[in-house]
Write a protein that binds this ligand. Structure first.
Ligand SMILES: C[S@@+](CC[C@H](N)C(=O)[O-])C[C@H]1O[C@@H](n2cnc3c(N)ncnc32)[C@H](O)[C@@H]1O
Length: 309
């Protein structure tokens, strides 16, 4: 039996009633990945891997002071925001938002200058206009329908103060061998079925959206980490991260009938095992990440309207 989310939005994940993974019920979202304990662990390890790949947490050229507000869009576990708050000597204010509160840290453990709240980046509060010095947003590639990317950037543009910075990080591509390509073809079809673009090369698309929205000084930094046991700790962590992500989309793939690539959960798991073998036996299998920093100009001829246009 299939259950449909309460909004009846056809692009939302349809799952068997017996599905053990927990997925968000946030209204209207097309988000594909789970929000549960396995996903918390994956995001925590992935955060450490991305930090090792990029080094500093903040690449935008700013120094935070006690007057600054930092927003983390789609914060998930909030790991990036919590680490930044710990490293920032001045008592700046840190706000994390997500459509799903399930992965947020326990509020009782947070210092008074850090808070998390349920908000969609697609519709940020009016009173946040011009408030933030830095907005960070990481890994929304499995969340936004095509038209939602520019919508999110317009909202972020609006809530940044003039001269404030957006720092984005996304997964750009995975390179291994033919089994990975087969897996990717299934993921692309899953994305298409929900109007989500899982672009294999996301960088020029996002850069274009940012420039169209009015951001300037757009800086791109692409880096890679190894995938597979040949690549030491980073390689093992990268592989485990990807396999956990693949386990997370098994339910939506099966809910979509396997997209002509797999017919059953057993076939799906077999394909995953073969991707794992391929990563381990292909020295050179890589995960590409991209960081994009972009600045809201100090002055603009006319102020953006409520929807940022
Ligand atoms: C792959 S997780 C990444 C979490 C975190 N940024 C990190 O790097 O660990 C994507 C997150 O985006 C959230 N999300 C999806 N659509 C969103 C939206 N419209 N507004 C805010 N958060 C959203 C999901 O609930 C999920 O927590």
């Amino acid at each position: 039996m299939l259950i449909v989310s309460p909004s009846q939005d056809q692009s939302q994940v349809k799952l068997p009633a017996s599905e053990p993974r927990r997925y968000t019920r946030a209204p209207g979202t097309a988000y594909l990945l789970p929000s549960d304990e396995e996903e918390r662990q994956r995001l925590t390890k992935q955060n450490a891997l991305i930090n090792r790949t990029f080094g500093e947490l903040v690449h935008a050229p700013i120094t935070l002071t006690s007057h600054d507000f930092v927003l983390e869009s789609a914060a998930g576990t909030g790991a990036w925001l919590l680490e930044l708050a710990e490293q920032t000597p001045e008592a700046a204010k840190f706000i994390g938002i997500d459509i799903e509160s399930h992965l947020f840290p326990n509020p009782a453990t947070l210092p008074p200058n850090i808070s998390f709240e349920v908000q969609s980046v697609l519709n940020l509060p009016d009173e946040w206009t011009g408030k933030y010095t830095l907005v960070h947003q990481r890994l929304l590639i499995a969340a936004f329908r095509t038209a939602e990317w520019p919508q999110a950037f317009k909202q972020i543009f609006r809530v940044l103060r003039p001269g404030g910075w957006l720092q984005l990080e996304e997964n750009d591509n995975w390179v291994a061998g033919p089994v990975m390509e087969n897996f990717r073809s299934m993921m692309l079809k899953l994305g298409e079925s929900r109007n989500i673009d899982l672009w294999p090369d996301v960088t020029p698309v996002l850069k274009g959206y940012l420039e169209d929205c009015g951001f300037v000084d757009v800086r791109v930094d692409r880096r890679c980490s190894p995938l597979g046991s040949w690549g030491g700790q980073d390689g093992r962590d990268g592989k485990d991260n990807l396999l956990s992500l693949f386990r997370g989309i098994r339910a939506p793939v099966m809910g979509g009938g396997g997209f002509g690539v797999v017919d059953s959960e057993e076939m799906y798991d077999d394909l995953m095992n073969r991707v794992e073998l391929e990563m381990d036996s292909e020295p050179g299998a890589l995960c590409w990440w991209v960081m994009i920093c972009a600045r809201k100009p100090e002055f603009r001829k006319s102020s953006p309207s409520r929807d940022g246009s």
